[in-house]
Write a protein that binds this ligand. Structure first.
Ligand code: MN3
Length: 198
């Protein structure tokens, strides 16, 4: 099935008071995400993947031995990653459901410890990539991935993902990736969405 650019679940202005400007969302959603949609559709056209669900394309084309990955993988995974990313945010963030709070406390020894470890993963990803909170079997883990690689590649469930490509933060935070990640965790996460993925 063809990839389609979803609408943002909020207006382009909705996150501006919380550290993510209209200009960032115009570039990031309307231009970057759309490019993954358009290039992905071109890449799968006429291939065995043309009518497959995007999750199957990602899992079926991921090559653990490749750094560059294929054009099909890169565009399909970045298409999917951004579909999740917009849903994982809400203006000002949301209250964390108790069930998720307990799971985070159990896994990381408290919310502050979780935030520290997640921020370190995002800041420590050399070059473009993502920081993730994943469910791996029964346990919660923090991971980082390069470029478009995501938890589906490793049989994990993505609960929260933070885009640490420069296009995600350079307009609002310039080179200060750690400040962007801290703001993401403090002011942008839709914890209800994260909990719904468990
Ligand atoms: Mn991005």
């Amino acid at each position: 099935m063809a990839f389609e650019l979803p609408d943002l679940p909020y207006s382009h202005d909705a996150l501006a008071d919380h550290g993510m400007s209209r200009e960032t969302l115009e570039y990031h959603h309307d231009i970057h995400h759309k490019a993954y949609v358009d290039n992905g559709n071109k890449a799968i056209s006429g291939t065995e993947w043309e009518n497959k669900p995007v999750e199957d394309i990602i899992k079926g084309t991921y090559d653990p031995k490749s750094v560059a990955q294929s054009g099909i993988f890169n565009n399909a995974s970045q298409y999917w990653n951004h579909n999740q990313f917009w849903e994982m945010m809400a203006p000002g963030g949301t209250k964390m459901p108790g069930e998720l709070e307990k799971a985070i406390n159990d896994a990381f020894g408290g919310f502050d410890k979780f935030k520290e470890e997640f921020a370190a993963a995002g800041a420590g990803q050399f070059g473009s990539g993502w920081a993730w909170l994943v469910k791996d079997g029964g346990s919660l883990k923090i991971t980082k991935t390069e470029n478009g690689v995501n938890p589906l590649c490793f049989g994990q469930t993505a609960l929260l993902g933070c885009d640490v490509w420069e296009h995600s933060y350079y307009i609002d935070f310039r080179n200060k990736r750690p400040v962007y990640i801290q703001n993401f965790l403090d002011n942008l996460v839709n914890w209800e969405n994260v909990a719904s993925r468990m």
